[in-house]
Write a protein that binds this ligand. Structure first.
Ligand code: 13P
Ligand code: SF4
Length: 317
């Protein structure tokens, strides 16, 4: 803890010297969230990255998040403390696969989750995150076919909420969220009948939660399908004294800070993203000391991706 405090102080000093803003996703290690200037969900962090005056952005998150910041602000230096921090969901569709899918659906509007590579964003009409996916789809004229990629569970959620029949969903998934399964959720919900359920739409169990609500096992108003940022708002608003959380376990840190009186428990406490956890204080210090790992996006790809990412940051609250 003493070493952490000394390291955190050095991080803050180096950030000042570099004119750097440090952004941390809600799934980061607690010590990273605490040392960052801003913590938030994918959409909030993209908006901060786009509007910040700092000349350097240090993105404590995964590679596609840092790439998104670079696409929005090509004149800034964007660093990620460990460039190996990838994302299994972003790996589930390539630019080539998306081009082939589009060729089979001429005229369709492509909506891609922000968890995609810059190359996929360059083939996309509008990007979204989990907090504005429904608003993005609702903004597209009803007669237009939509190709939604890459997350099948978020896609199913958006289709359910919007009632959009002409929305086709790619079969990708995040290995962490897909591993939070329905039987496990049902068991935990039965053992905690008064708890709210906060469920990220990337989870394999989101459909099961609605099924439990439908059959009366869980009161429907207790089931909340939310992005990580919206979970924090819901934590401040709920009357519940305990909440079961279905998402990556890093989320518990901000939830407990937002509502210390609530008992937050992970539905699956093994749901930890190894990529998010590559960003340690040691890696952050190395990054700030050496100006590494710098994230670059090919300027032509970035230029083609920019419009879809800009539309994403403009849509939704
Ligand atoms: P949000 O923070 O947008 O809810 O995204 C979750 C996620 O899986 C990011 O990797
Ligand atoms: Fe990607 Fe899943 Fe990790 Fe989020 S939790 S960064 S979607 S692998």
């Amino acid at each position: 803890v003493v070493a952490d405090a000394a390291w955190a102080e050095e991080v803050r000093e180096l950030a000042r010297q570099r004119d750097a803003v440090i952004l941390a996703h809600n799934y980061q290690l607690p010590e990273i969230q605490e040392v960052a200037d801003h913590t938030g969900d994918s959409l909030a962090l993209s908006r901060i990255a786009a509007s910040s005056d700092a000349s350097t952005i240090v993105f404590c998150g995964v590679h596609f998040m840092a790439e998104t910041a670079k696409i929005l602000s090509p004149e800034k230096t964007v660093l990620i403390p460990d460039a190996r921090a990838g994302c299994s969901l972003a790996d589930s569709i390539t630019g080539e696969q998306l081009r082939e899918w589009k060729a089979r659906h001429p005229g369709a509007v492509v909506v891609s989750y922000v968890n995609t590579t810059a190359e996929v964003k360059a083939e996309t009409d509008v990007c979204c995150t989990s907090s504005n996916a429904v608003d993005v789809v609702a903004s597209i004229p009803a007669d237009k076919e939509i190709l939604f990629c890459p997350d099948q569970f978020l896609g199913a959620h958006v289709k359910r909420v919007t009632g959009r029949e002409n929305l086709h969903v790619w079969a990708g998934e995040c290995h962490v969220h897909a591993g939070i399964n329905g039987p496990e959720l049902a068991e935990r919900a039965a053992a905690n009948p008064d708890a709210d359920l906060f469920i990220h739409p990337e989870c394999g169990c989101a459909t099961s939660a609605l099924y439990l609500a439908g059959e009366g096992t869980v009161e429907p108003e207790r089931v909340k399908i939310l992005s990580t940022g919206d979970m924090l708002t819901a934590a401040r608003d709920t009357k519940a004294t305990s909440v079961l959380v279905a998402t990556e376990v890093g989320m518990l840190h901000q939830l407990r800070k937002a509502a210390p009186e609530i008992d937050f428990r992970a539905v699956n406490d093994r749901a930890s993203c190894r990529y998010m956890k590559m960003i340690t204080l040691a890696a952050l210090l190395r990054s700030l000391r050496g100006g590494v790992d710098e994230v670059d996006v090919d300027p032509d790809v970035a230029a083609r991706a920019r419009a879809s990412v800009r539309r994403m940051v403009e849509i939704g609250t």
